[in-house]
Design a protein around this ligand. Structure first.
Ligand SMILES: Cc1cc2nc3c(=O)[nH]c(=O)nc-3n(C[C@H](O)[C@H](O)[C@H](O)COP(=O)(O)OP(=O)(O)OC[C@H]3O[C@@H](n4cnc5c(N)ncnc54)[C@H](O)[C@@H]3O)c2cc1C
Ligand SMILES: C=Cc1c2[nH]c(c1C)Cc1[nH]c(c(CCC(=O)O)c1C)Cc1[nH]c(c(C)c1CCC(=O)O)Cc1[nH]c(c(C)c1C=C)C2
Length: 550
């Protein structure tokens, strides 16, 4: 119990210190920091508040004295114009590095590595037909090296070209249901299952096809919209999607002064991905509040805008903001938003029977970086003329869940970008855990590293390889949001609740896409939305003031 008088005094002293801003951005990951950067450039008076003591969220790069550069979270991005644009604005364009796009991702099948087809990240085996879908939704026509058996290829060919069962009416499909319906079980197990691990660390039996891989799902909808489920219907959908992509690119072409880049090419910065948030931090300086954790968001007492309360190393702080954007993860929000958005608990803590979850699930993933001498790698020639495994010619390797390797996948970091390891070493970033292996969070660091070392030996190393040089092991307890069945419905509810709160937006990678470039593009696009809102409301209040004076 606090006597009313003291309570009032405390409120007054808090109010006396409250900062006033045009836009308060909560969460300093890639979404929040790029949004703050763009708003600041537009002339808005902003504040960026982040719970941790650095900007970047799950992006964190390291450099060691003995010449390794490694990442605790994401390793690369598939290049989009938004990344090149922001790098130029921040003066870090000379730090951009792009990998050789012909480096394929490999899939481990029956103890042998097979290049993953073009469109799922790789260039694919030359001169062969593919039969899978690219992430951007473009259907490629190729048969995949010897990753698929002949019956598997025939089944996929029939499904793609001659016809398949129509989508079930009124029922949302999982990724597994969608792929097996169209292309068959083998394509699912050998191509799509590892691909889903390599993006969501997820479970294709609970991920929603429509929500998690929307561009691919759209191809089928386009094909069905022309009611032509015969030879070439999906082919037509793929072509139509390709035309749409070309139009999108032509509508917003890259600035000719920017460094040249290829859409979708894997990229980073010379000293790692943290170069981006570090440059934003340097630019925004006193507009950033680190170790500020938001605990409550309310309507401002004035009735205009919002008041956010933070726990900080200097005690409780409040900020009054005309507009407020949250980019904090979904699991951090239910209580914080409750005073202003009564629906928030229903949305962010919803019991979702269809997938046996509460709210939007973020599974644990451990990122373990290890290095082995090049001589420790198997001396075997890889398929399709890519060279010897000792040179690690590729993006990385993925382990389908049927292969008995606990590690989901290994990025061949020193092959992707030059200068990441001393010349006698190969640097490997392993991801282990995810929706289908949540037990990872209960292991000790040593146990996780031992599992990763075992996986590297199963796939890449000679029997007598020395123990690894361990550079880092980071457990992300809530790593990547899962776009599972019911996700789009949940986002619909959020949109409805948000529409009742003008000038407040609840955003993040659970809404605008999980990829690093999606977050950078979001920061660019959403700044326009906020700025336009600020401009409209300030011209309305100017008009009101003018009317009063008159
Ligand atoms: C292990 C891993 C590997 C990945 N690999 C890749 C990859 O190779 N390529 C790729 O494109 N993408 C990759 N991703 C995905 C991509 O990195 C993320 O989706 C992206 O970085 C998310 O950025 P964000 O700003 O939306 O969220 P976050 O990075 O989660 O940022 C949200 C921020 O909000 C802060 N916050 C939380 N609660 C509060 C609070 N109460 N008050 C204030 N602040 C709060 C957090 O501290 C955090 O900094 C990977 C992700 C992970 C986890
Ligand atoms: C095996 C586990 C994981 C690997 N990466 C991730 C996990 C969980 C996380 C991740 N990787 C990418 C994204 C963004 C996806 C997107 O929508 O673009 C996320 C969330 C990027 C990515 N991963 C692979 C490809 C081909 C791409 C796109 C290209 C790029 O960003 O440069 C495949 C892949 N992922 C992993 C490996 C080992 C691998 C292929 C060999 C690791």
């Amino acid at each position: 119990f606090v006597p009313t008088k003291i309570q009032t005094q405390r409120t007054l002293s808090l109010n006396a210190k409250a900062e006033e801003v045009d836009c308060l951005v909560i969460g300093g990951g890639i979404s929040g920091s790029t949004l703050a950067h763009n708003l600041d450039r537009s002339g808005a008076n902003i504040l960026l508040a982040e719970a941790r003591d650095y900007l970047g969220g799950n992006v964190k790069s390291h450099k060691t004295e003995d010449g390794f550069i490694w990442e605790e979270g994401p390793n690369s991005y598939a290049t989009q114009p938004s990344i090149v644009r922001i790098a130029c604005e921040l003066g870090i364009e000379d730090q951009l590095v792009f990998a050789d796009e012909s480096l394929p991702p490999w899939v481990n099948h029956n103890g042998k590595l097979h290049p993953l087809p073009k469109g799922l990240g790789g260039k694919g085996p030359k001169g062969q037909l593919e039969l899978v879908f690219g992430r951007n939704g473009v259907l490629k026509f190729a048969l995949v090296g010897d990753l698929l058996s002949w019956p598997g290829r025939i089944r996929a060919g029939i499904g793609a070209f001659l016809g398949h069962a129509p989508p079930p009416e009124g029922k949302e499909e999982t990724i597994r249901e969608w792929v097996t319906r169209i292309l068959g079980e083998e394509v699912f197990l050998r191509c799509i299952d590892p691909f889903v691990s390599g993006v969501y660390a997820g479970n294709p039996e609970t991920l929603s096809m429509q929500a998690a891989l929307p561009k691919i799902n759209r191809i089928e909808r386009i094909a069905y919209s022309i009611d032509w489920n015969k030879f070439g219907a999906i082919f037509y959908g793929g072509l139509k999607r390709q035309v749409e992509l070309t139009k999108e690119r032509k509508a917003d072409p890259p600035n000719p002064e920017w460094p040249e880049f290829e859409y979708g090419n894997p990229g980073s910065f010379k000293e790692g991905l943290s170069t981006l948030p570090n440059a934003i931090e340097k630019n925004l300086k006193d507009r950033i509040r680190l170790e500020w954790k938001v605990t409550k968001i309310e309507r401002s007492k004035s009735g205009e805008g919002y008041t956010a309360t933070f726990e900080t190393p200097d005690g409780k702080k409040t900020v009054n903001a005309k507009t407020l954007v949250s980019t904090a993860p979904a699991h951090a929000l239910a209580d914080v938003l409750a005073p202003i958005m009564p629906e928030s608990k229903d949305i962010f803590q919803k019991i979702r029977k269809e997938v046996d979850r509460i709210g939007i699930y973020h599974p644990p993933v451990a990122a373990v970086t290890v290095a082995y001498p090049k001589s420790a790698f198997k001396d075997v020639e890889l398929d399709n003329g890519f060279g010897n495994l000792q040179d690690l010619p590729g993006f990385g390797s993925l382990n389908p869940r049927t292969e008995g390797v606990r590690t989901l996948g290994t990025l061949w970091s020193s092959s992707l970008f030059p200068g990441r390891a001393p010349k006698d070493y190969n640097l490997l970033l392993n991801y282990i855990g995810g929706s289908r292996d949540v037990g990872i969070k209960d292991l000790s660091e040593e146990e996780v590293i031992a599992e990763v070392d075992k996986g590297c030996r199963q796939v890449l190393l000679k029997d007598d390889a020395p123990p690894p040089k361990v550079l880092g092991m980071k457990l992300w307890p809530t790593a990547i949001p899962q776009y599972e069945l019911g996700h789009l419905e949940l986002l619909g509810e959020l949109e409805k609740a948000e529409s009742k709160l003008p000038g407040l937006w609840v955003c993040g990678n659970y809404r605008s896409g999980v990829a690093f470039p999606d977050c950078v593009t979001y920061g660019y696009e959403h700044a326009k939305v906020v700025k336009s809102f600020l401009d409209t409301t300030s011209s309305t209040s100017d008009a009101k003031e003018a009317a009063k004076v008159a």
